[in-house]
Design a protein around this ligand. Structure first.
Ligand code: GUN
Ligand code: ZN
Length: 435
């Protein structure tokens, strides 16, 4: 792909705001540019001086708009696209009433392909360029997901859900078939183009100890793959896990026993963890996906974000929509929910930290922080353009904004997909509100 450039307000990270503080972490140029070639960022710098060195280059101009890395949603369920906005249930009822019936339909590859298309279009419309998604128990659902993402050139992670109990018969595998099918899928998809495979035992209640052991073995046998599951989301769920695994000290202890913790482990929710469980996550380098709209929408609880990110030994935390438990595909709306939950816990989440969680934080949980999540030379050119004047109230609120942080905050509180002017995947413009 020939060289091209984007020009506008560039926003990148030169340090981790949780370590260096928000001000020292930001690289911002009010008239900056990004030069892209062959799907990668070549250079980011002041527009006038830098572009003078590239005579004749095509420039997509976004004066006054914010150019940044695309969002990374590190926990989502593409098969639950039609489950979003399902009324009146908490986790276990919600799974039985809405989610499992919806997932049964993915035995049909044509249905899986159709939903994967709708899902990824919605993801890109919202400025999310990478997702880590659960598929269903059906291997065909994984083929549909990776095939559709590959056609869009997207970097994605995903995997076949493993479930061998406590779900409808049509959604069950066995420890052996789940292992065998996942192994085949790893051979087919892991490292193919921009795809990463994720070993995906759904959560402890829907797997036997034998299946969790097989999942741990499979993950160990395939270095570079990731592992995703759910943990400590809902109080009834936690009591159920205690009954099902009486020999384990707690919920995290179940995953610890079966070899499912470590760098590249991506645990969704983690709302009600004990101090012992937190210490185990820290010691093993496991990551957490914070899913704030899901945690409020299905009534699960208020995640202690600061407790994980602000201490001396932080845990890798990413930000995630968890659609269909989550109520929005927008990472801007998800940042707003994270801010509101932090407020309810007596802590104000700084916007620069929120955007870091939504990009590099999530990328780190997925072990992709050297490839995606920042606007910097060498990074893959997955980028978005946000318009601080996208709606009348955003325009009004940002008219007098004195700093980039204030603009970013207004965008995350007031913005949604309408604020995403453009989405670029590997340097190619693929969507946005203008498309
Ligand atoms: N726990 C087990 N499965 C799920 C799921 O699909 N969504 C959520 N939010 N929690 C879960
Ligand atoms: Zn989930």
């Amino acid at each position: 792909m020939p060289r091209c450039a984007l020009r506008g307000q560039t926003f990148a990270f030169k340090a981790d705001p949780f370590e260096a503080g928000p001000d020292a972490a930001v690289a911002h140029d009010s008239d900056g540019a990004v030069v892209v070639e062959d799907g990668r960022i070549v250079e980011v710098g002041p527009a006038a001086a830098m572009l003078a060195r590239y005579p004749g280059i095509r420039v997509d101009a976004y004066p006054g708009q914010v150019i940044m890395a695309g969002f990374v949603d590190c926990h989502i369920h593409y098969p639950q696209t039609r489950v979003i906005a399902s009324y009146g249930a908490q986790l276990i009822d919600w799974l039985n009433r809405y989610t499992f019936p919806a997932e049964l339909a993915f035995a049909d590859p044509a249905h899986a392909a159709a939903i994967a298309e709708i899902f990824l279009d919605e993801v890109l419309r919202n400025g999310t360029t990478t997702v880590c998604s659960y598929c269903t128990v059906h291997p065909e659902s994984v083929d549909a997901f990776f095939t559709t993402a590959t056609a869009r050139g997207m970097r994605v992670a995903g995997g076949k859900v493993l479930m061998d109990r406590n779900a409808p018969a049509g959604l069950l595998d066995t420890a052996q078939t789940g292992y065998d099918q996942s192994k085949d899928l790893i051979a087919r998809w892991h490292g193919s183009g921009r795809c990463t495979y994720v070993v995906s035992p759904r959560f402890a209640p829907t797997s036997t100890p034998e299946q969790l052991a097989a999942a741990g073995a499979l993950w160990r046998e395939h270095p570079g793959t990731l592992m995703q599951t759910h943990v400590s989301e809902n109080l009834k769920e936690i009591a159920w896990v205690r009954d099902l695994y009486p020999d384990c000290p707690d919920y995290v202890g179940v995953y610890e026993r079966y070899g499912l913790l470590g760098p590249g482990a991506n645990l969704g929710h983690g709302i009600h963890l004990s101090e012992r469980e937190k210490a185990v996550l820290r010691a093993t380098g496991s990551g957490i996906s914070h899913c704030p709209t899901s945690n409020t929408f299905i009534g699960s609880g208020l995640f202690d974000l600061a407790g994980f990110t602000e201490g001396a030994a932080p845990v890798p935390v990413g930000l995630a929509t968890d659609v269909g438990g989550g109520s929005s595909f927008s990472m801007l709306a998800t940042m707003r929910a994270a801010y509101e939950i932090a407020q309810l816990r007596g802590h104000s989440l700084h916007p620069v930290k929120a955007y870091h969680l939504a990009t590099l934080g999530s990328a780190r949980v997925l072990r992709l922080e050297d490839r995606i999540g920042n606007l910097a030379a060498g990074y893959e050119a997955d980028m978005i353009v946000l318009d601080p004047a996208a709606t009348p109230i955003l325009a009004e609120r940002t008219r007098s904004a004195g700093s980039l942080a204030e603009v970013l905050f207004a965008l995350m509180i007031l913005g949604d997909n309408r604020a995403v002017t453009a989405t670029y995947v590997a340097g190619r413009r693929v969507g946005g509100s203008g498309s």
